[in-house]
Design a protein around this ligand. Structure first.
Ligand code: 6R9
Length: 631
């Protein structure tokens, strides 16, 4: 980051103001009033939010803070699936559509709340039958299909801790996540569909479980005809597992602090981190934000385009919307297949009213042109939302004009795998400032500070921090307490988000990007370390460093610098081999766009690669402080 990255744009702020009816009809009402009410009594605020859920046993205390460990809703007993399903079935939503799924070729599946509950119970019973117990970890590696959601909920039903791994990851990434979590069961499918082609997942799982001794059973959903064979002793058919199971399964009584799931996120160095979320606080945080930030109402048809394999999918495809009894639309199809009009066609055909997507998708659509959305009537849309990266002003304007018809508010939500729920945004109905995510939501104390933790003056930049615990905060990093403590000790006694941000004079916060070694490619967090270790695992490679370089659509793309082993010669062929190798080990999203062969890499005296130097060189920027450079 250079000085000019920190400058607040000089021109007078430009705001977009939604029609006042948005604020009048929103769940949150006036933002300032709601925020002040929260500040006047944070405990009462979070108590009231928890009261919007059903608890088997009430909690004694809202929060206990034993730095840096927080416990929320002490001794409260809850099951998130009871709140996502049974509660709605009992309260008049039994026949309301919970999930509406559409496949690439137009095939459809709908589950009402009562049907979804039955499916979840049957799979939950099946999992119990093969020995899955409360606290066991279950890895879910599936395409974006209803069974993926059913699998997550079935685990939560019986208190098993799910660890969903994005279906685009390759063998090594999957293996690492299965091993670290000690998963007993892997739930997968034979294949996933992408642009009319079936991508085989099962061979990846077969390879990933070699050398993962914790795995006892692989549950395989068979989609293709003829059905793939289940050869090993370990493999069980998904449908057979559910087949003769009863349609009811008592929801396991979970303590509010019991773990609900693990989700791996790429770290700066070494292995990905298993972020741990707890049952009670996560349920409260996602129910609250889906309702009050995305403003979901009874009649909405809600579509969040994220894969349930990422945190956005966990919180805002699955748990948050179902906790609110919403109708969730989702699809396996990619945004440009069979053509770049597919998403707009889906919005029209299904009457989507709340649409939540990512800047990278918006920029892709900007590039292909507004004639695509112009072909479809998008008047069902009521609210637009964005997540994953900074929503740059150009993308904001395009989204606002061409998708939202200059009518829909855009809710730009800043948050992280670790936060579990939205933290900073512009609430529905409030004036929107393009380029700025907005302000902390009621329930959250956040600020931009310098490295000593002092709030910066408006108009300046620094580190984005959260100053008080919140219910859906991570409870730990699996098997790595030291890493967990770092979040709270990097800057004294506050949670450091590792993002750089600027505080505007109007209180709005502009998030700039990561301060650590993560590259965000098309909204996916890629750890430099993961890609580098994949490259180095290739026989021709001695050393490697990767950096992000700007890409107009994906935000960033990956460039790799590679030192070859003696006797190896760089060639176009080797470049393709290396790209393919990364694709197979980490996954297609991590594939470098460019590979450059070099003789040396800039390093610190302690041997750490100075990626910022590579990046500065690549982008023709000032090299900055080189005092720690080795030579
Ligand atoms: C939810 C999610 C977290 C990182 C985060 C930041 C970036 C997310 C953003 C945003 C600017 C937004 N990020 N939302 N940057 N504006 N609205 O994406 O979680 O995958 O853990 O990524 O994404 O850099 O630190 P996760």
């Amino acid at each position: 980051m250079t000085e000019q990255d920190f400058a607040v744009p000089l021109e007078a702020p430009k705001y977009y103001r939604p029609d006042p009816s948005y604020r009048e009809r929103s769940w949150i009402g006036d933002y300032q009033t709601a925020y002040q009410k929260f500040v006047s009594d944070p405990e009462a605020f979070w108590k009231a939010r928890a009261a919007e859920l059903d608890w088997f046993e009430p909690f004694d205390e809202v929060m206990q803070w034993d730095f840096p460990y927080a416990r929320w809703y002490l001794n409260g007993k809850i099951n998130i699936t009871y709140n996502c399903l049974d509660r709605h079935v009992k309260n008049g939503r039994a026949n309301k559509v919970a999930l509406f799924w559409r496949g690439e070729e137009g095939e459809e599946k709908a589950y009402t709340y009562s049907q979804l509950l039955r499916q979840v119970c049957r799979l939950a019973n099946g999992l119990k039958r093969i020995g899955v117990k409360k606290g066991d970890r279950v890895c879910i590696y599936m395409p974006v299909i209803p069974e993926q959601v059913v699998a997550m909920l079935a685990c939560a039903r019986i208190g098993a801790v799910h660890s969903v791994v994005f279906g685009g990851f390759g063998v090594n990434a999957l293996n690492q996540r299965i091993r670290d979590s000690g998963s007993r069961v892997v739930i997968t499918a034979d294949s996933s569909m992408r642009r009319g082609k079936a991508i085989q997942l099962k061979p990846i799982v077969e390879e990933a479980v070699v050398n993962a001794p914790s795995v006892e059973t692989i549950v395989v959903l068979r989609r293709d005809e003829p059905r793939v064979e289940l050869h090993s002793e370990m493999e069980v058919d998904f449908e057979e597992l559910m087949e003769n199971e009863p349609h009811t399964c008592e929801a396991e009584v979970m303590d509010a602090e019991d773990p609900l799931f693990l989700l791996y996120t790429s770290g700066t160095t070494g292995a990905p981190k298993g972020i741990v979320h707890a049952c009670g606080g996560y349920a409260v945080g996602t129910q609250y934000t889906t309702k009050y930030v995305l403003d979901v109402k009874e009649d909405d048809v809600y579509w969040c385009t994220a894969d349930p394999g990422w945190i956005t999918g966990h919180s805002y495809v699955v748990y948050g919307p179902l906790l609110n009894g919403a109708t969730v639309f989702f699809t396996e199809s990619t945004p440009d297949y069979p053509d770049a009009g597919i998403w707009w066609k889906l919005i029209r055909d299904y009457g989507i009213s709340v649409f939540y997507t990512a800047p990278t998708a918006i920029r892709m659509f900007m590039r292909v042109g507004e004639e695509w959305p112009a072909k479809y009537d998008l008047s069902s849309l009521r609210i637009l939302a964005s997540v994953g990266e900074p929503l740059n002003p150009e993308a904001f304007e395009w989204f606002y004009h061409h998708i939202g018809g200059c009518r829909c508010p855009i809710v730009d939500t800043w948050w992280q795998t670790e936060t579990g729920m939205h933290m900073i945004t512009t609430m529905v109905g409030e004036p929107m400032r393009p380029g700025f995510a907005g302000q902390p939501i009621p329930g959250v104390f956040a600020d931009v500070v310098d490295s000593d933790g002092n709030p910066v003056e408006p108009g300046n930049g620094g580190y984005l921090v959260i100053q008080q615990p919140w219910p859906s905060m991570l409870r730990g990093v699996y098997n790595n307490d030291e890493r967990y403590r770092q979040y709270w000790t990097t800057i004294d006694s506050v949670y450091t988000a590792t993002d750089l941000a600027v505080k505007g004079h109007d209180g709005n916060i502009m998030v700039i990007g990561r301060a650590d070694d993560l590259i965000i490619v098309a909204g996916h967090n890629i750890g430099t370390a993961e890609v580098e270790s994949a490259l180095v695992s290739h026989e021709a490679v001695a050393e490697a460093a990767v950096i992000g370089t700007p890409d107009p659509v994906k935000g960033n793309q990956i460039k790799a610098f590679v030192i070859l082993r003696n006797g190896q010669v760089g060639s176009d062929r080797l470049v393709s081999d290396l790209r393919y190798h990364v694709r197979m080990t980490v996954g297609p999203i991590a594939m470098p766009n460019e590979v450059e062969f070099v003789d040396s890499l800039p390093k610190t005296r302690s041997g750490k690669i100075m990626r910022r130097v590579l990046r500065a060189q690549e982008l023709g920027m000032d090299l900055g402080d080189l005092s720690t450079l080795e030579e």
